[in-house]
Structures are given as structure tokens and as C-alpha cells.
Design a protein around this ligand. Structure first.
Ligand SMILES: [Cu+2]
Length: 141
């Protein structure tokens, strides 16, 4: 007797790929996000810097070889008008070198000097005849 053992290994791999229809998360009821376009406020450029905007007028009095004020304020680039009153009998003077202002004022008289304020900063004004006694600060902003 012949025994023929035929081992036929048949491996049938059956990979059943069951594509499970996992159709989850159907956004049928998607909340339509209303894109309300907010109208942005268009800021009008109101910075129309017309040269020499404001005019600064300063009253300055000399009395007893002294100024009645020792600090002057003005805006950079502004047209400044300084009215100097001399209540003394001697001559005085208003000098603001950085603004090219140099104005004599006879005793007992008035004088006016106009100039353009320089760039922002701290300066000095004085009477050129009495610079130690008659001086002050000019603050330009
Ligand atoms: Cu003086």
C-alpha cells in the first residue's frame, strides 16, 4: 500500500474588507455662519497741517530791568508775535536767537517782533543789553 500523503496546504486568506460605510458626521444641519461684513469706519485724514496753523501772541513787559515773565511757550512752526512793552526809561531788547528775533525797544515805548517758532525744544530769550538780568526760557512744543 502506498500512502501518498499530499499535503496541500491551501491557505486562502480572505481579507474581507468590509468597507463599513462609516459615514458619520454628516453636517447636514450646518449652521451657516452669516458673514456680516461690518462696515469699517473710514477715518478721514483730518491732519491737514496747513503751514503756520495757529498764531501765538505773547505780551512781554520790561520793567525794572526785568521781564514780567521768564518762560514763553509756543508751537513749533507757528507764527509768533511778541509785543514788548518797555516801562523803563532805558532801552531794552528782545532776542530769541534761534528764531532770528532781535528787537530793540526804546525806553517807554512798545515794539512788536514776529517770527516763526523753531523746532520743538528748550531755548532762551533775553535782552541783549542786560542778558544776565533779563533772560528766560522759551519752550517750543
Ligand atoms: Cu534790557
Amino acid at each position: 500500500m502506498r500512502r501518498r500523503s499530499m499535503v496541500i496546504g491551501v491557505l486562502v486568506g480572505v481579507l474581507a474588507l468590509v468597507a463599513a460605510g462609516c459615514g458619520g458626521g454628516d453636517d447636514d444641519g450646518a449652521s451657516a455662519s452669516a458673514t456680516t461684513a461690518a462696515p469699517e469706519t473710514t477715518a478721514a485724514p483730518a491732519t491737514t497741517a496747513a503751514g503756520g496753523g495757529g498764531e501765538n501772541e505773547i505780551q512781554l513787559t520790561a520793567s525794572g530791568t526785568a521781564w514780567d515773565k521768564t518762560s514763553l511757550d509756543m508751537t513749533a512752526g507757528a507764527e509768533v508775535r511778541v509785543e514788548v512793552t518797555n516801562q523803563d526809561s532805558i532801552e531794552h531788547n528782545f532776542t530769541f536767537a534761534e528764531a532770528n528775533a532781535n528787537q530793540d525797544v526804546e525806553g517807554g515805548e512798545d515794539a512788536t517782533v514776529t517770527f516763526t517758532a523753531p523746532a520743538a525744544g528748550s531755548y532762551e530769550f533775553f535782552c541783549k543789553y542786560h542778558p544776565s538780568a533779563m533772560r528766560g526760557t522759551v519752550t517750543v512744543t
